[in-house]
Design a protein. Sequence first.
Length: 440
Amino acid sequence: MASQQFEPPSGARDFLASDLHARDYVFSVIKEVFERYGFEPLQTPAFERLETLTGKYGDEGDKLIFKILRRGEHEATGEADLALRYDMTVPLARVVAAYGSQLPTPYKRYAMGPVWRADRPGKGRFREFAQCDVDVVGSTSPLADAEVIGAVTGALDGLGVANFRVLVNSRRALTGLLEVYSVPSDVGGGALITLDKLDKLSPEAVTRELVDSRSLSSDTAETLVGDLTADDAAERMRTILKDSEDGRSGMAEIENFLELANPTVGDARIEFTPRLVRGLDYYTGVIFEVIAEGMPGSIASGGRYDHLISAMGGPDLPACGGSLGVERIIDLIDSDATKTERLDVAITVMNEHSSSDVALFATDLRNAHLRTEVYLGTSRKLAKQLKWAADRRARFTLIYGEQERNAESITVRDMDSGEQALVPVKMLVTHLKERCVTSR
């Protein structure tokens, strides 16, 4: 077992080559889908000013921000002025506030990279993890929301994620729900944060927290939780929310979203889910989460956040977006799909006199865009070098000993069939390029 001093910090990981190949594959598929929908890339710093992030995620979210202490002469104060990026959405809002006049309208952007949260690590939950986001800024059209969910689920389909479902609700509908149940406005936000735990805690535990921490009466808390978790919760909410203007507006948003998203997502994979809350404070309209069999929690989420940019000091622009959780998605896809492409050519080194020739062969093959690797070990035994080539998943292996050197030829071994051919040095690149391209 590795000594603790060599382990990464809790909630973080080292990625070896096979891990990175899998992640690169996932990122490439997601990027291709996002760009197919017309989203363009944006990159922001890994850290932001602390005041930029605080107050945007709610009390629970703010507690998870990784703060960076002041440096230099201010170090002794123990105060923080910077923080690691919590998500991709607030940095986007800052960019739009800063560069709005230079951006197209509407602005469709995607961002991919690490974010950090001071959370308790668990299955599929890390302190450092990657997110892939798409957002539309400057459009109130419900089609913008449909574009976001289309890009998110299109990426999941492209990655071969099976058996996922999209859960949909609306913050307006939830506001109407609190109104119908006479939940005071000053505790409404906290009540929603508690209700957001229904996918993690038992209904009884959520009810107790509503009473003990959110000051709801026992009857109100029990009825509210009971209605949200009932088998016919969707129909109950449709009936209950008719008595609230916000509730009716929220249900209209939901029905419109479902109608526009169904052709892309599929009617069987998307549904109105009254218990869905999304705990972040900045959401204002339709919200969604994507869940999949075999993975606790969500693998993607998002919604509409129409006033976040004005909260950053920019114009009051409408916006909506979605985010894919790469760490959880990787665990759900076929491992064979994420394997790196095979090495085209492995070159053995049978003696020190052949090193200069081997280096030349490798250069010519790489210039021909063939993935080529030279044996760098000390053994001159052919069997050991062939095992190395097999371990590297090489398609062909070159053997260049004294016999081949005298004949100005190279033995080319097909690692799949075991067949060998003696190829003139001058024909080597042509011979291998034809076969490697065909076998890809």
